[in-house]
Design a protein around this ligand. Sequence first.
Ligand code: NAD
Length: 470
Amino acid sequence: MVVSHMVPAHSLNASAARLRTRQRSGLLCEFGARQQALTRLDGAIRRAETEIIDALTRDFRKPTFESYSTEIAFIRGEIAQTQRHLKRWMRPRRASTPLFLQPATSRVEFEPWGSVLIIAPWNYPFQLALAPVISALAAGNTIMLKPSELAPHTATVIESIVAAAFPNGEVETAIGGAEVARDLLDQQWDHIFFTGSTRVGRLVYQAAAKYLTPVVLELGGKSPCVVAADAELKTTARRIVWGKCVNAGQTCIAPDYVLVDNQIKDKLCTALSHEIERAYGPSPLESEDYASLISDNHFSRLAGFLKQGSKEGRIFSGGRSDPAGRRIEPTIIRDPSPESPIMQEEIFGPILPVLGFDHIGEAESIIARNPNPLALYYFSRDRKAASRFLKRVPSGGAAINDTVMQVGNTALPFGGRGASGVGLYHGRWGFESFSHKKGVFSQSLLLDPPLRYAPYSERQLSIIRKVLGF
Ligand code: NAD
């Protein structure tokens, strides 16, 4: 796929220097300047709504309902929530001061990192580029944003929104692919925020190490969905199918595979395929409500899972595909071996393996074969059993009796752990990730007891022992 234009490395170098100078000149120092920048961003998005929807259609036939709800409304909601709370977030947080240090006072100040680099993926190409921009602006940083080259129409719209919203240069965009990203990573930034694959995340971490730059890495992985024998079948099937098929499964927190109690495995498989038909009709490949895959390469990789036939398990429902339209039907694969590729690689498409278990311990050991997931889902009527399960299985985030919707609550931190990510964002968590937490100790000049000063005497030592109490 061709992007609108590439940026030469020397001009990235100049951009990085400009962004640093602007940040240091205090461009976003004050609360008012940050609020205005967010208001301008919101206005530019509102005015470009039709272009955004059109770009997402051209990039991967994303349904308008999904473009509005998961990209535009999500971002405008995040701006509104940030503007509502920013004054409070920016206020220094008072910290306690132990008796022996009084009458000093202590506080934590939120200091912008400086000029930051944001690298975005293609799967929610608008939302995942702009959500970290909101947090970074709120925290007072200037920003270099690189959208994904795999959604080129959306990247062009983002570029024009940024140009319209930031005439003072608080944010700049760099259009291009891996090469541009590598050139950007050669520059010195004060913080790097990366969303994408674990493989590239490792490269970004290595590049950041050169300047000891702090990072947030929002990565991928296999998010399991466990269904207990007492789960409410119809709602469970509906929520799993929606989480798997929204954006055609190209969602970092989509349920990657299902582990279901063998007592209800047959019933769940039937309920899942009924729900697919209810949502997308008898020919999902023609459904207007179903996005396409982003590229021919992504189509071929997923089609490969379907071809591997019996080794991958049995296709229970779906399985048809349309290479020209880059579409694969929502497909349920029953009982693939835990050793098969589909149970080891992140699927990132509308194929859902379903495996049974007799004891919850079996489900836990299948999950433990892969690194810590980004999300963990558990369906049951028994909230206590759900809490016990969540305590035993580490994951970035989790939802009980739902999938994907946890991302809609920006009061919750969003991020992975280990191979699924480093660091957090959304709401206050994003503001904090884009801020250095500076501990400030402010001493009084009224008193200056000589106790701590040399030359030290036996008497000082015995007093300090008493004061400190150890
Ligand atoms: P990707 O890692 O291929 O690309 C992400 C970005 O990195 C793109 O902008 C790309 O141009 C850039 N890039 C590519 N090669 C690079 C290199 N060598 N050095 C530096 N940058 C490079 O990821 P993708 O295919 O766009 O996205 C899919 C992956 O992202 C999936 O694994 C998914 O789970 C993950 N993801 C995670 C989240 C999250 O919030 N945790 C959200 C969306 C997607």
